[in-house]
Design a protein around this ligand. Sequence first.
Ligand SMILES: [Zn+2]
Length: 265
Amino acid sequence: MPVSLRIGITCGEIIETSPIEMSSLVPNVHRGRWGALLFGTFMRDPVKMRTLLLAFIFVSSSAFGQQGSAVSANDALARLMHGNRRYARHKEQHPDESLARRKELIGGQHPFAVILGCADSRVPPELLFDQGLGDLFVIRVAGNIVDDIVLGSIEYAVEHLGTKLIMVLGHENCGAVSAAVAGGSAPGHVKALVAAIEPSVVLENASTPEDRIHNCVVANARRVAREIRESEPVLKEAVERNGLRVVAADYALVTGNVTLLDTLR
Ligand SMILES: [Zn+2]
C-alpha cells in the first residue's frame, strides 16, 4: 500500500516522499543480505516503516551533533562569545578550516548563527569570533542596516538552515554611521545608505562628537535588531514560537572585544 509521509531532514528542509523513495534515504540499512531482509520486512508494513524512518531521523540528527538546527540560541551565543574571547586574547583555535571540513560541507550547511555586520574590512565575523567554514551565515553591508533583501537572506537561514541566533554587529568608528551623524548631502548611492541609518541618529543623545558616533553605532545596532525581531510574518513568529533570538552587539577595534548591547530576545 503506498504511503506518503512528510519527512524533516536534518538540515531543516521538508520533502514529500514514498516508501520506495525512502529506500534511497536509508542506504546503510539495506546494505547486505540481513539488511535487505530487514528492510524488506519494514517496506511491507507502513507502521514499521514509519518507526524505521523516525529512528533514521533520530540517528541523523545525533550525527550532526552541534551543527545548525541542533544548536540553541543560547548555546550559539556562548559559542560566539567564547570565540571572540579567544580572538581578543590572540588565543585563536582556527576551527573548521581543514580539508575534511570543506568536504563535509559539500552536502549542505548548518551555520549556528547569522551575523549581520558592517562591510568594513576591519570587522570580518569569522575572524572576530574565531569560527570557520560552515559555522556562520554572514551578511555584510555598510552600517549593518536591514532592508527586504537582507531580511530575505536572514529568513532563508532561519527557515531552511534552522539557525536560532541572529546577531546585529555594529562597530567602533563605523564610517557609514559617522557619515549619517555628520549629516549634509552624501554623494551617489551613499545617500541611500545614510538615509537608512538616519533614524538611529535621532535615537542617540550624547554631548560630545565622539560619543555621538559611538552612541549612534549602539542605537543603530539595537534598532536594526528590533526591526528584525518584529519583521512579519516569518521572523516575528520564529522569535515567539521557535526559539529564535536576535541580539545587538558592538565590536571595539582597539581591544578586539565584542560587547552585547542587550539581553532581550
Ligand atoms: Zn562600519
